[in-house]
Design a protein around this ligand. Structure first.
Ligand SMILES: [Zn+2]
Length: 172
């Protein structure tokens, strides 16, 4: 796995906005500019609504991109969470996402390779596996039009290409 500390702030913000767009981008920026910020401090810095900020923070916490420390707010006398960006986790997060995508592509390829597929030509009707096409005497089970074999060789080729690329990338 490659680890680059340079620019990890940038990748932290980039990943945040890839996950959730503008709102995540703003929260990530605020977390980087204010170390150990509370949700209220982030609200002050971004002008965003506190419930949205909390939703973003809990999601990023769930994805292990930030940590939260429970501390007592001396002025108010109750406990608040202070949040910190885990910039060093960005690379791990990206690797995990790549592995998930790779697994999905591999499952899709296995599915495409598992059978021949047939279709009636109507966009509303689903693709039909060979076994089912036989059962229905090569008539679409929905609209009863004739089923024709689908050439999925281009799709399989594209899937194999993407799988090779990702596997190479992950194992670097
Ligand atoms: Zn049909």
């Amino acid at each position: 796995m490659r680890s680059t500390n340079a620019g990890s702030d940038d990748s932290f913000v980039k990943i945040a906005s890839l996950i959730g767009g503008e709102e995540y981008f703003k929260v990530a920026k605020a977390l980087l500019s204010t170390q150990d910020a509370t949700d209220e401090e982030i609200a002050g810095a971004t002008g965003m609504r506190i419930n949205i900020i909390r939703k973003v923070l809990y999601d990023m916490f769930g994805k292990a991109l930030i940590t939260g420390i429970r501390v007592k707010d001396e002025k108010k006398g109750w406990f608040v969470y202070r949040w910190r960006a885990k910039n060093d986790q960005v690379e791990n997060f990206i690797e995990t996402q790549k592995k998930k995508i790779l697994e999905r592509l591999q499952r899709r390829l296995e599915y495409e390779e598992s059978s021949e597929f047939y279709h009636c030509g109507n966009n509303e009707c689903p693709h039909v596996k060979f076994e089912h096409a036989i059962e229905h005497f090569f008539k679409c089970p929905i609209c009863k039009n004739s089923l024709n074999v689908i050439d999925n060789s281009k799709l399989k080729e594209a899937l194999r290409y993407k799988i090779d690329q990702l596997s190479f990338d992950i194992n670097q």
